[in-house]
Write a protein of this length. Structure first.
Ligand code: AHR
Length: 337
């Protein structure tokens, strides 16, 4: 960032801080030490989509740790609290501050064309973290760091086919309910498409119901409650994140359904946070497909590459693992989130 831009950025931040104080609004995202931004720090405006899940908190922590001052960054983080309009507002404020990079985790894939066009016109590179945006807008961002959500969904289907085979149930009629994540989010779309492609190869698998639980425990429980009332022959629950899975298990237990080793319902989850891995150990979750939240380090590396003027890939995929009762003990001790 050149000197003029930095002065403007600092002045804007101070002005915003002043406004917030005079309005009596406390804004934790505007740091007090703003006047002392070192000239050589890389200024990053980061719009996180919310704090809906344990995964999201881990993802935010990973980015905060990697983009620290000690690592040469000045990070301005804004939490959009699950609203796309808040993310758009945050991106516009980063543009007016002329930050060096705009980083954001898009709540859903559609609706970014106009604001990202504005970022492009301002000459500010945009980096996506975690989720992506619609293909038609792909020339409006520089690169993405995230997981392969299609692969995650596909692995869920492949595991189910394998497990049914192991129990000589490959030809049984299988009723599946799906707790979907936020509709239109990459993690919802990718996991649904990946799983459905495998499901379509099995004529005896029937997706009897699917509804969004918005990636939260409360909504996961609410939707599962409804499914239990509507269907008495559920064989498989595909829950697109751990938080909803926890809610679904609560609903099952409250309805008097046994969940544990040798139960009648297979539960497939995503994320593989520590608390969920403990449920894998207990035999409550049958398989947990990881969505690796540790994306900060790769993000920092990519920014450093751009700073050196090096070419970057359009996408950097962080590695995921699959956890079942057979391998979970090996990994749980080192789980940091
Ligand atoms: O986009 C990643 C998903 O978003 C995670 O699976 C989920 O827990 C989070 O809310």
């Amino acid at each position: 960032m050149n000197k003029w831009k930095r002065m403007l950025c600092i002045a804007t931040l101070i002005m915003l801080g002043g406004l917030c104080v005079s309005c009596g609004v406390f804004n934790e995202e505007i740091p007090e030490e703003v006047e002392t931004i070192e000239d050589d720090l890389i200024v990053v405006g980061y719009s996180q989509l919310g704090s809906e899940s344990v995964w999201r908190t881990a993802n935010t922590n990973s980015i905060e740790e990697a983009l620290s001052e000690e690592n040469g960054f000045f990070l301005q983080l804004k939490n959009a609290r699950q609203k796309q309009e808040n993310q758009i507002k945050a991106i516009r404020s980063f543009i007016s501050q002329q930050v060096d990079y705009i980083v954001f985790s898009p709540i859903e894939e559609d609706g970014w064309g106009t604001v990202l066009q504005e970022a492009q016109e301002a000459g500010i590179p945009v980096i996506l973290v975690d989720r992506t945006i619609a293909k038609r807008d792909s020339d409006l961002y520089t690169t993405r760091v995230g997981t392969d959500t299609y692969w995650e969904g596909e692995q869920a289907g492949l595991w189910l086919a394998e497990d049914l085979k192991k129990h000589n149930e490959s030809d049984k009629e299988i009723n599946i309910v799906v707790l979907q994540g936020t509709i239109g989010a990459t993690s919802q779309i990718g996991r649904s498409v990946g799983f459905n492609i495998v499901a379509n190869e099995h004529k005896n698998w029937r997706i009897v119901a699917q509804e969004t639980g918005d990636f939260t425990t409360a909504k996961g429980k609410e939707v599962m409650d409804k499914f239990i009332r509507l269907y008495d022959d559920i064989d498989v629950i595909v829950s697109q994140n751990d938080d909803m899975t926890v809610g679904a298990i609560e609903a099952l237990k409250e309805a008097g359904v046994y969940v544990g080793p040798n139960d009648d319902i297979r539960i497939i989850s995503f994320d593989a946070g520590r608390a969920a891995l403990e449920l894998v150990q207990k035999g409550e979750i049958d398989v947990d497909i990881e969505c690796n939240p540790d994306q900060g380090e790769m993000l920092a590396e990519v920014i450093h590459k751009l700073e050196r003027g090096e070419a970057v890939e359009k996408e950097y995929i962080v590695e995921d693992k699959i956890f079942t009762i057979d391998n979970v003990d090996e990994y749980i001790e080192d789980r940091t989130y």
